[in-house]
Design a protein around this ligand. Structure first.
Ligand code: HEM
Length: 401
């Protein structure tokens, strides 16, 4: 059987997508990067944030651009004890309950976007431009409390931010770097930060029922978040929650497109959509890799590791480890349990996982309900982001006729 990777010509680094196993679970490459492919080895790194720091900024940005005030409030690159405090503060406001409450809004936003796209008249759509890209931005804007009249403004900024991230990625790729810095991309949209600052100031005066107000009010050990921290976190939500969610829905559609029997099954049993999304997260993980840097010499999977070493956690490969997943190259939504690492593990486990899962399930069900026929366009192949650490489409033309 032709794999999805062969069919769509995915990057060679993503070898697991061609149903191949890594030669070794842990291996240092010619650039000195420690590549971690095994499931157990990934877990070991996630469980030891003291040895494996998340503060990888200097590897990607160099010393010159590091600016602590810019990072204040962002979780991804923080280490304990700062991370512990910040995560406690933020998770008090960004709760699963808050996310569940969004379900009817996400449904109506998704339907509204599809209505506006007028797909039926054309017999097809670009799923990314016309649904999976706008939808998470609008949802996050709504969650934060951005008025809907400002949605387009907000969307314009996020588009520019994404364009900058792509530009940065291609510059860095030519310089052999591994990851674009999405925070650097955000510096291209100072208006958005300013806008968020104004809203934070306004919520301090007059709190509302939204995430910005909740973030301002949350308190741990008598400490609250500064305005800068609230703005940076809001910003982080957009940076990390946007492209990933878009990828999740697109990848789920691609998995189903390559597995027509599973597509038929979920059409018949819409209640299995959550399990389909879960298996798509494992089988075609949007974040292919996450990064760490060692703070001391250590050992991993029998390999000696030096201090100050860049570590690439290949979540996508770990999610195909036969030691953890029987028949790992089979797309099987009935897999139970399905302890994939697509959202990471441990102290940095994705804070947006409940939201991503909800958007994935609702988005998939609405698409299937709305389009009795849905397939990739035989005349126009999907286009993937040219980034080693993500597997996501930037264009996904679909036919519905
Ligand atoms: C962290 C994946 C959606 C917010 C992470 C991490 C992964 C991940 C792998 C851990 C990174 C690490 O340990 O280095 C994903 C995927 C998503 C998704 C695959 C969609 C399918 C979202 C959404 C949001 C979000 C929708 C918010 C709206 C976050 C935040 C963190 C995080 C704030 C940092 C948590 C911390 O460092 O404590 N995500 N994510 N993510 N994610 Fe997501």
């Amino acid at each position: 059987m032709v794999t999805l990777a062969e069919r769509w010509d995915l990057r060679p680094e993503h070898f697991w997508m061609r149903d191949r196993q890594p030669e070794k679970p842990v291996e240092t490459d010619e650039n000195g990067v420690l590549n971690v492919y095994g499931y157990a080895e990934n877990l070991a790194v996630f469980a030891d944030p003291k040895t494996y720091s998340s503060d990888v900024t200097r590897f990607f940005l160099g010393d010159t651009e590091t600016d602590d005030s810019f990072n204040e409030g962002t979780l991804l690159q923080a280490d304990p004890p700062e991370h512990t405090k910040l995560r406690k503060l933020i998770s008090r406001s960004f709760t699963a309950k808050m996310v569940t409450g969004l379900e009817p809004r996400i449904e109506s936003i998704t339907r509204e976007i599809l209505d506006a796209a007028d797909v039926d008249g054309r017999g097809g759509l670009d799923l990314v431009a016309e649904l999976t890209y706008p939808m998470p931005v609008i949802v996050i804007a709504e969650l934060l409390g951005v008025p809907s009249s400002d949605r387009e403004l907000f969307r314009g900024w996020v588009d520019r931010m994404t364009d900058s991230a792509t530009a940065l990625a291609s510059d860095e790729q030519s310089a052999d770097a591994e990851e674009p810095d999405s925070q650097a991309a955000m510096r291209h949209v100072p208006e958005m930060l300013e806008y968020l600052h104004e809203h934070v100031a306004e919520r301090r005066r007059k709190p509302r029922e939204d995430l910005l107000s909740a973030l301002i009010a949350s308190e741990v050990d008598g400490k609250r978040l500064s305005d800068a921290a609230v703005v940076n976190f809001a910003n982080e939500l957009l940076v990390v929650g946007h492209a990933t969610t878009s990828a999740l829905l697109g990848n789920t559609v691609l998995c189903l497109d390559s597995h027509p029997e599973e597509l038929a099954r979920v059409r018949e049993h819409p209640e299995t959509a959550a399990a389909v999304v879960e298996e798509a997260l494992r089988f075609m993980s949007p974040i292919a890799a996450s990064y760490r840097v060692t703070t001391a010499a250590t050992q991993l999977g029998g390999v000696e590791v030096g201090a100050d070493q860049l570590v690439a956690l290949w979540l996508g490969a770990a999610n195909r480890d036969p030691g953890q997943f029987p028949d790992p190259h089979r797309f099987d939504p009935t897999r139970d349990p399905n302890p994939h690492l697509a959202f990471g593990r441990g102290i940095h486990f994705c804070l947006g996982a409940p939201l991503a899962r909800l958007e994935g399930r609702l988005g998939l069900n609405i698409l299937l309900e709305r389009f009795p026929k849905l397939r990739t366009d035989p005349d126009s192949a999907p286009v993937f982001w040219e980034l080693p650490h993500v597997i996501a489409t930037s264009r996904l033309p679909l036919r519905v006729d």
